[in-house]
Design a protein around this ligand. Structure first.
Ligand code: SF4
Ligand code: SF4
Length: 439
């Protein structure tokens, strides 16, 4: 089979051996969970509970307020001890519901869905996904119900199921593909029904041949196909994935809707299936705990709101020389300063390693490597210079807003120039100026 890909990108060491063969284990629920009311792209949810309330497992404790928002649910049964600001792995403290776990896991609802899930209408599917607070589990945490609601003038032809997991070290999606392929495909089929798409394509990188073979077998029962993609970073970035599979380019500032596509991560597809077939809210997810700094790397099913500390302790703790802790992948993840932050819906991994010796930044030697490797075909060296000297008009004209912050340019730069920093600064300044103008 021909292996598909896009131009440029990089191939950092994969480092997946730490956990690729580790089956998913369930982490025992902690004594206390802190569940942030903002764990998704958009506005925070509004709290529905207060100190002293008893809650059940799966009970809605925060209601979505706007289209771009998602409801949040309790991941244990027990007593609410506070609704207050708490540390968040995104950086700033965020209002969160703290609950002591009574260890009972009393379910909020035990009524089983009796109707055939595939007989639901598109609107019923969207409604159930919305009720369950499902968001994209690849890291971006975009509300899934919004992705399943394409505008009327943008018909959807293809659902792409993203099984690339192109970030080094992470293997949680890989394990889900090995251990729950039917659930993923059933979720993909529901996404197809909800959007009116004609077909499903499951994209899997060629370093996950075992998963590819399983899906090739299982896809026979669905209107779809499985495609093998070159192992390359960022193969799983939406725009690159769409181009690799369909040779369609999402326009600047546009969305996959614009080219007739909806992309869902494999974990999200499984969450869609559970939301629609069982009414199960998104209160737990699979994460990889990995890196040279973790004593016993694992793939774990973890309740949302579990402190990182509990997760890391279950994996034997941190090694003595582990001084970098990251949520997500090593390329696009967020550095953490404390283990006292909760797992959120967007936590795909908790990684730790020993920091390399600090390296100095040198002047640009105009080697062009950042240009050769940028998957969005930008000119990072030039863009960084425009932003540094505050020429935002030129930076925008040269496409800084198309930067997906993948980090390829910075990874490859021999002068160690913090290119991603300059891209972020440029994007933020331009967006802020635009918002001020339109206010
Ligand atoms: S400029 Fe942006 S999109 Fe291009 S390599 Fe750098 S971070 Fe990635
Ligand atoms: S990779 Fe670094 S040194 Fe080379 S052109 Fe780009 S910014 Fe300059």
């Amino acid at each position: 089979m021909k292996v598909k890909t896009f131009a440029h990108g990089i191939h950092p060491p994969e480092l997946k051996d730490f956990t690729a063969e580790k089956a998913i284990e369930s982490l025992p629920p902690p004594e206390k969970v802190m569940i942030p009311l903002l764990q998704h792209f958009g506005k925070p949810a509004k709290p529905l509970v207060q100190k002293g309330d008893q809650v059940h497992l799966g009970q809605k404790i925060g209601e979505r307020q706007t289209l771009f928002s998602a409801s949040v649910h309790s991941s244990v049964s027990g007593k609410v001890i506070s609704v207050d600001n708490y540390n968040h792995p995104g950086g700033n403290p965020i209002p969160a519901v703290s609950i002591t776990n009574d260890g009972q896991d009393l379910p909020f609802s035990d009524k089983e869905e009796t109707k055939n899930p595939f007989s639901f209408s598109p609107e019923e599917i969207r409604q159930k996904v919305k009720e369950a607070g499902v968001v994209g589990l690849g890291g971006a945490a975009f509300p899934t119900a919004v992705k399943l609601s394409p505008p009327k003038d943008k018909p959807i032809e293809t659902i792409i199921i993203n099984g690339c997991e192109c970030e080094p070290l992470l293997t949680s999606d890989y394990r889900l593909m090995l251990e729950a392929p039917e659930d993923i495909l059933k979720g993909a089929e529901l996404a197809r029904i909800a959007t009116g798409a004609k077909r499903i394509i499951v994209g899997i990188e060629d370093n996950k041949k075992k998963a590819f073979e399983i899906f090739q077998d299982k896809i026979q029962n669905f209107a779809g196909e499985v495609a093998l993609l070159k192992t390359k970073y960022p193969q799983g970035a939406e725009k690159n994935l769409i181009y690799a599979l369909l040779r369609r380019e999402v326009p600047t500032g546009g969305l996959p809707f614009d080219v007739g596509v909806v992309v869902q991560n494999v974990g999200t597809a499984k969450a869609i299936w559970e939301a629609v077939s069982k009414g199960k809210p998104l209160y737990e997810r699979v994460i990889s705990v990995s890196g040279q700094g973790i004593m016993e790397p694992k793939n774990l099913l973890v309740r949302i709101g579990t402190p990182f500390k509990n997760v890391v302790e279950f994996c034997g703790g941190l090694k003595e020389d582990a001084d970098i802790l990251v949520m997500g992948g090593p390329m696009m993840g967020i550095v953490q300063w404390s283990l006292d932050v909760p797992v959120v819906k967007g936590t795909s991994g908790i990684l730790a390693w020993a920091a390399p010796r600090p390296s100095l930044e040198y002047p640009c030697i105009r080697c062009g490597r950042c240009v050769e490797n940028c998957p969005m075909t930008l000119v990072p060296t030039q863009l960084a210079r425009y932003v540094k000297f505050d020429d935002l008009t030129a930076a925008e004209k040269w496409g800084v807003l198309d930067c997906v912050e993948c980090g390829c340019c910075q990874y490859i730069c021999p002068s160690k120039i913090p290119l991603v920093h300059w891209m972020r600064v440029g994007k933020n300044r331009i967006i802020t100026l635009k918002q001020k103008k339109s206010a």
